[in-house]
Design a protein around this ligand. Structure first.
Ligand SMILES: [Zn+2]
Length: 302
């Protein structure tokens, strides 16, 4: 059997077809139509038709996208592609494609991909954390995405930065309406803002990482501060969920030093005499969203 996964993002829509062994049999990427819900549905239906005609087989369809489908109403909310918000995207696609369709948050799909055949494979509980333009997370327990009563399980980026230190309270305003959310510190823009505040230098996150690697003292201070915040933010989750593996994804996860330094720090806040949680880099990178969407269906179509 074949599983199709679709990553529905603000700028592109990508489809992948995975065989039962997880190997890719089809992949295509197209730009996302802007501000036109019906056009988005048309593009997705067209991609599935093209994929099925290419592989000569009908498959299951899973969709990963920012935001979540409300359990109460079946409508998507919280998407940065605002034309999708308030729309019954799951029902509309099921009708277009003539089959049940699963829709999940993109961070949940990332976590599911890494838990299925990525860096968290074989672990009982996996927390998948995205550190990019935004900050989000998904939780997979024994191979299944944890959805939650409100379908928001893992939305940790909008909790406050725990154990706040000098200068972190009340913290920067967040688009969600609160201040000092974890996302405002641990996103790429958050690192850049803190670096500007500390040094007066306007650098991008990759520039800060590069300069720190070549001995720039100001950038080193900014990254050390970032690592300390990430350690506190993850210690808070460890105290609640205690995941076996924490997989990092998103642009900032490419800073290799995080995997060594953060676990050396987080013990100060974890309520345990030893900390055995593993912090690892993603295996499938940018492909995890689309692969995880495919894995929303299991082998026997459940
Ligand atoms: Zn927020």
């Amino acid at each position: 059997m074949i599983r199709f996964g679709i990553d529905l993002g603000g700028s592109k829509i990508e489809i992948v077809g995975l065989g039962a062994d997880g190997r890719e049999r089809f992949r295509r990427r197209v730009p996302t139509p802007q501000d036109d819900y019906q056009a988005v549905l048309d593009v997705i239906a067209g991609l599935v038709a093209a994929a099925e005609s290419s592989v000569g087989e009908r498959g299951t369809v899973g969709i990963g996208t920012p935001g979540s489908v409300s359990r109460a109403t079946g409508l998507l909310r919280g998407s940065n592609s605002t034309c999708l918000n308030g729309k019954p995207i799951r029902a509309d696609l099921a009708q277009r494609l003539g089959r049940e369709v699963r829709v999940a948050n993109d961070a949940d799909c990332f976590a599911l991909s890494e838990a299925t055949d990525g860096s968290g494979a074989g672990a009982d509980t996996v927390l998948g954390v995205i550190l990019g333009t935004g900050v989000g997370a998904g939780i997979v327990v024994r191979g299944r995405v944890l959805i939650g009563a409100n379908a928001i399980a893992g939305e940790w980026g909008h909790n406050p930065m725990p154990w706040p230190e000098e200068g972190e309270r009340p913290g920067p305003p967040c688009f969600c309406g609160l201040t000092g959310c974890i996302e405002t510190f641990l996103s790429g823009p958050g690192l850049e803002r803190e670096h500007l505040r500390g040094t007066g230098q306007a650098l991008t996150a990759p520039e800060i990482a590069l300069a720190a690697a070549t001995g720039d003292a100001g950038c080193e201070v900014s990254l050390a501060g970032y690592e300390r915040r990430l350690a506190r933010a993850l210690a808070h989750v460890i105290n609640i969920l205690d995941p076996d593996v924490i997989v990092l994804g998103g642009g900032l996860s490419n800073m290799r030093r995080l995997y060594d330094r953060v676990p050396r720090l987080w013990g100060d806040w974890v309520f345990s005499d030893r900390v055995d949680n593993r912090l690892v880099a993603h295996r499938h990178g940018d492909s995890s969203g689309v692969r995880g969407a495919a894995w929303l269906w299991d082998d026997d179509g459940h």
